[in-house]
Each structure stands twice: as C-alpha cells, then as structure tokens.
Design a protein around this ligand. Structure first.
Ligand code: SF4
Length: 110
C-alpha cells in the first residue's frame, strides 16, 4: 500500500474533481510500496532512472488522463514530480505550447 496515500496529487484533486475520490482508487501509484522501493515520482538528479520507473508505473495507470489533466492545469500545486506520466519539464513545455497556440489563434482572429 502506498505510504504517500495517492501522492500529493490526490490530496488536492478531490476538491476539483466532480466525482472526487472514485478515480483515485484506480491509481497505480496507490499500490506502489514506497517504504520498500522508495519514491520514483520525485526523482532526484542523483537517481534519474527513477523518473523512468515512475513513468512506467503511470503507463499502467487507468486514471492517467485525469491525473495528467490536474497536473497540467494546476502548475502551482504540481510544480514538481511525475504525474500522469509527465515530468515537470514536460508540463512546462506543454503549457508553453498551449499558450503559444492560444496566442496564435488570437492573432489570427484579430
Ligand atoms: S498517472 Fe501516475 S501519478 Fe497519476 S495516479 Fe496514475 S500512477 Fe499515480
């Protein structure tokens, strides 16, 4: 059983999710044994392979999409760590792309 209790994401997500805790029960990280295997979801530069391990776990997760959505939408809460199979850098790049696309769309309509 996960010692982080659905990780920090889950602690924040219910207030935003319409069906609150239902999706969290299906999270693959809940079954990860953090005590035994450590925390690959917050990899350090000394253990970069941990990020790949976390992403592999996310790859098997049935709630990956909603997890990734919250992490993408709430940059302040999910500033660090692996969520929805994305790293913090992945999310920063994705937000930039979204902002650039929105800017381009505004320019095209003005
Ligand atoms: S996508 Fe990854 S971080 Fe998100 S709930 Fe699933 S296993 Fe946990």
């Amino acid at each position: 059983m996960a010692t982080r209790g659905m990780r920090s994401m889950v602690a924040h997500a219910p207030s935003k999710a319409s069906d609150s805790a239902a999706w969290q029960e299906d999270a693959a990280c809940v079954r990860w044994d953090f005590k035994k295997h450590g925390d690959p979801f917050f990899p350090t530069s000394a253990a970069p392979a941990a990020a790949q391990q976390a992403q592999a776990i996310c790859g098997t997760c049935r709630v990956r999409q909603i997890c990734g959505f919250f992490a993408h939408e709430d940059a302040n809460t999910f500033k660090y760590g692996i969520y929805g199979g994305t790293t913090a850098e992945d999310r920063i790049r994705a937000r930039r792309r979204t902002q650039q696309e929105a800017r381009r769309a505004r320019e095209e309509t003005s």
